[in-house]
Ligand binder design. Sequence first.
Ligand code: THU
Length: 160
Amino acid sequence: MSGTVSGRHAREEPGRAPEASGATPPADEDWAILVAAARTVRDRSYSPYSRYPVGAAARTDSGRIVTGCNVENASFGPTLGAECGVLSQLHATGGGRITALVCVDAADVPILPCGRCRQLLVDHADPETPVLSPEGPIALGELLPHQWKLTEPTQHGRRA
Ligand code: THU
């Protein structure tokens, strides 16, 4: 199973190398399609400890939809958020950039990524990338301002 879902934004076969990133988020993102994909994968969540299944679905700049669910662990700490699955599938199916993301809970309500997952997303999405909240889309840069990125080392930074 590829795990990808075709939609009206699909412009290439899953697994094909994506075109260059930098695309702006589609203004006409069909959130209902992303929500439906997130619900489907949420129902495969492994969350016996919290009993809080989460499904996440993202659009990529090549039009693919990539999804993930949370995977918990008996020692609790190593639990993988649903967004981790999204990022794994993003790269497993050809890479690219995320242009829209939604996470849903068991009640089908859009939930916002936790702080760790926001930072994980920063490497793969632009500050303008919309994340669906119950009140509508919110830009990733608003969810996580002053994002950490490894760019040029400061004078207190890495050794040469
Ligand atoms: N969870 C996610 O999958 N993503 C988030 O952004 C927040 C939390 C999961 C982790 C855990 O399995 C469950 O939700 C309860 O915290």
